[in-house]
Design a protein around this ligand. Structure first.
Ligand code: HEM
Length: 411
């Protein structure tokens, strides 16, 4: 039986096959939590919505499906509110969420994003240059971290070394169940210690910006207010964490999965290389195809029936973006990676009031990376098997050995 809590499915199995079966046979599926054999909605477990329309509609009805309990299974305790509840964008409901979002949004306005674009371009350019000189390497560690490092360097006012350090911390926080990040320790200990270290780093930054304000995210939030009262220290801290994790733990995995997709479909790589006008549709197809943020969690605020199943108030409900984005009812030839796909109304960034605030930044990062790869005429070939992150929340590669060459017509 399909078990979406079984992390082996995400490292060694085929989750797309599992989602295809759920979309067909059990669109509102009760999934016991890991290690829970009793099952039943009274015990710990979660509902899984896998069809595009159901996932879409659940996102839109934010009063029925609340974010207050946190959006990651196991990141919070379902029956208790997340510790960030009401203080962090992603773990809040309106109206508090809307008021905070207006403030955080100021860090995504053109002034800061234009600077970020320049930094990301420089980092990406340098990393691809190094990889070409070496004839290849591990794309997941040598190139993929550079776009988010550039973005976060600009947004937090950090140098590259500090931005990469922050990235390493958010990586072990999100990937804490992956043995790569908890050798010599236990997963919960890694989760706690990386969170503590990120908070310490943010506290130091807050102290520095209080003394010398700048135009970065931390300074913007220190000067922010809701309903006439200043942001509390917790609100500054949690929202900095939300942006850091949102920014770090998505685009690098998307970048590696994009390169993997182009390796698997060399014809699509050639199409993009030969026609730069395809960049915009290619970027959106990369987001649909990779659906890096596999699911988000909600909690039902009242009883509701869906496709004949009773979801009770208090039940956890997971919305599987990665499945919705391959729903054959919505996307013709859904299992085909197609850089010319249009229309492409994927929901990789969610929908409704919580739709990813960093979507424009992510489009900029992946767009710059693909443009630079196409402009230089770089071809990638597999140079060994990739490793997948041990997580059902982030779909990502932690290792992607490649050979990198410049096509003859460009060299
Ligand atoms: C491929 C890249 C990305 C993907 C797939 C992605 C995915 C998502 C999704 C699905 C949500 C909705 C969560 C929900 O409804 O519970 C979200 C929200 C969010 N994302 Fe992203 N994201 C990406 C990039 C980024 C970047 C670059 C940043 C910041 C620099 C960011 C920061 C955030 C924040 C702060 C939220 C919370 C918004 C809110 O609750 O109002 N994300 N993201």
């Amino acid at each position: 039986m399909t078990d979406l809590a079984d992390l082996d499915l995400f490292t060694d199995g085929d989750p797309h096959e599992a989602w295809r079966a759920l979309r067909r046979d059990s669109p509102v599926h009760w999934n016991p939590a890991a290690g829970d054999t009793a099952g039943g909605t009274g015990s710990s477990g979660f509902w899984a919505l896998t069809r595009y329309q159901d996932v879409h509609d659940a996102y839109v009805d934010a009063a029925l499906f609340s974010s207050r309990w946190g959006t990651v299974m196991g990141g919070s305790h379902r029956r208790d509110a997340d510790s960030a509840s009401g203080r962090m964008l992603i773990a809040s409901d309106d109206p508090q969420h809307r008021l905070m979002r207006q403030q955080v949004h100021k860090a995504f306005l053109p002034a800061l994003m234009d600077r970020a674009r320049r930094v990301v371009r420089d980092y990406v350019d340098a990393a691809l240059g190094r990889m070409l000189e070496d004839g290849g390497g591990d794309f997941a560690t040598d190139v993929a971290p550079e776009p988010p490092a550039g973005l976060l360097a600009a947004m937090f006012g950090l140098g590259r070394t500090d931005a990469l350090h922050l990235l390493a911390l958010t990586r072990s926080m999100i990937g804490y169940q992956d043995p790569r990040y908890h050798s010599g320790s236990t997963p919960p200990a890694v989760l706690v210690s990386s969170q503590v270290e990120i908070f310490d780093l943010m506290m130091d930054l807050m102290e520095t910006r209080r003394r010398a304000p700048s135009d970065d995210l931390v300074s913007i939030l220190l000067g922010a207010s809701v309903n006439g009262r200043p942001f509390t220290e917790d609100e500054v801290l949690y929202n900095c964490l939300n942006v850091a994790v949102g920014g770090n733990e998505t685009t690098p995995f998307t970048a590696s999965a994009a390169v993997q997709a182009f390796i698997d479909s060399p014809g699509q790589a050639r199409l993009l290389r030969d026609d730069p006008g395809l960049l915009a549709t290619a970027v959106e197809e990369v987001f649909r195809w990779t659906s890096t943020n596999a699911y988000v969690q909600r909690v039902a605020t009242r009883d509701v029936e869906l496709h004949g199943q009773l979801i009770r108030a208090g039940d956890a409900v997971t919305l599987w973006n990665a499945s919705a984005n391959r729903d054959e009812e919505k996307f013709p030839d859904a299992d085909r990676f197609d850089v010319r796909r249009t229309p492409n109304r994927h929901i990789a960034f969610g929908v409704g009031v919580h739709r990813c605030i960093g979507m424009g930044a992510a489009q900029m990062e992946i767009g710059l990376l693909l443009r630079e790869i196409a402009r230089r005429g770089i071809s990638f070939e597999a140079a060994g098997p990739p490793d997948r992150l041990r997580s059902n929340f982030m779909l990502g590669l932690t290792r992607l050995p490649v050979r990198a060459t410049v096509s003859r017509d460009r060299s």
